[in-house]
Design a binder for this molecule. Structure first.
Ligand code: AMP
Ligand code: TRP
Length: 353
């Protein structure tokens, strides 16, 4: 794990300069919403595992609990939601020996950096964020400053680790564009402290819900959850929206507008996928059969995930150790970056000496 630690060496200006590892860094995170769904999995988590397996990057994956407090939540349930998210990371294949997995609120520097970044973030840009507009619409009783400044904390998450690659689903691209803008503004005002981060999309960056109306999301009640039993997956798929022009067997379909086909892209291997594409178009493959093939593919891929999750649930100590170890490593990098930030901005007692 040595390469993931930012080594601190004495710099010339009375501050400590981090020595960055040679490998580019990736950072990503999910809110602890409890169980994850097929959208989170194929839009983000599965891609994270692939990137980690490539071995090209140094990687940090965070459970962004501080992001989850902007909407009202049940405090009693939060610890288990955090634990479940960490379990999902590990069960999906993020190997804690090869990456850093941690909880955002264990590293308070995220919040400190967000404050500094806030002073170079235009209010107008925050007001244009689609997610802000949606959330303030959904939670009209609680349109708080946190919902508004959420993208600043997200920029801080990424910049704190000088991550340059951020694998996310397409709903997060707008936030990352703003993070890039914040990065440029900070560097222009205080010197080149941060590299510009770029979003990286998976091949299925947007999975619709089974209602086919909006993106799959737990809060919309239209999700296939990773923990769903096979018969629940089947039931949900049976009711799922497909190409409205394909009504009965023999009707030609359009895979490019069908959410079932998009999910196949994430779960079905290329030769079988090509066959589904061709037979859907010709009309030989009906939606019922296509859905059952998807059920089989999802169940095949998620069965080991469910087994690993169940094992980890029996041994929460193990998960806790991973998170504590991860927080320690993340904290080392975060402290170095903040020392640089303080120096660049002329803050703290260190800049007096
Ligand atoms: P969240 O659960 O909102 O914290 O999202 C965690 C990650 O999953 C982010 O990278 C999202 O962009 C991604 N994601 C969430 N919902 C979907 C979806 N329906 N399709 C594709 N990606 C998604
Ligand atoms: N906002 C992201 C979401 O809701 C989660 C997130 C927070 C994130 N900080 C991040 C994702 C930093 C990537 C990088 O999905």
């Amino acid at each position: 794990m040595g390469q993931i630690r930012a080594l601190a060496v004495a710099g010339s200006g009375g501050y400590v300069k981090p020595v960055m590892s040679e490998r580019a860094r990736i950072f990503s995170g999910m809110q602890p919403t409890g169980g994850l769904h097929v959208g989170n999995y194929s839009g983000a988590l599965k891609g994270w595992v692939n990137l980690l397996d490539q071995g090209t990057y140094e990687a940090l994956f965070c459970v962004v609990d501080a992001h989850a407090v902007t909407i009202e939540y049940d405090v009693k349930q939060m610890p288990s939601r955090i634990l479940e998210t960490a379990i999902a990371y590990i069960a999906a294949g993020l190997d804690p020996e090869r990456c850093t997995i941690f909880i955002q609120s264990d590293v308070p520097e995220h919040m400190e950096l967000a404050w500094y970044l806030g002073s170079v973030t235009p209010m107008g840009d925050l007001g244009r964020m689609t997610q802000f507009k949606e959330k303030s619409e959904q939670h009209q009783q609680n349109v708080n400053a946190g919902i508004f400044t959420y993208p600043i904390l997200m920029a801080a998450d990424v910049l704190l680790y000088k991550a340059t690659v951020v694998p996310v689903g397409d709903d997060q691209v707008q936030h990352l564009e703003l993070a890039r803008e914040i990065c440029r503004k900070f560097n222009a005002r205080y010197g080149a402290v941060f590299p510009e981060p770029k979003p990286l999309l998976s091949s299925t960056p947007r999975i619709l819900g089974i209602d086919g109306k909006s993106k799959m999301s737990k809060s919309r009640g239209n999700a296939i959850e990773l923990d769903d039993e096979p018969r629940v997956v089947e039931k949900k798929l049976k009711s799922a929206f497909t190409d409205p022009l394909k009504v009965r067997l023999g009707d030609p379909g359009r895979p490019e507008i069908c959410n079932i086909f998009t999910m196949h892209t994430a779960f079905t291997a290329p030769p079988a996928l090509a066959e589904i594409d061709a037979t859907c178009r010709s009309g030989a493959l009906g939606c019922g059969e296509c859905k059952m093939r998807l059920r089989d593919a999802i169940v095949r891929e998620l069965t080991p995930f469910r087994q690993k999750s169940a094992e980890l649930r029996k041994d929460p100590r193990r998960v806790l150790n991973v998170l504590q170890d991860g927080a320690e490593r993340a904290h080392g990098i975060a402290r170095s970056t903040l020392r640089e930030v303080h120096h660049a901005m002329g803050l703290t007692s260190r800049s007096l000496g």
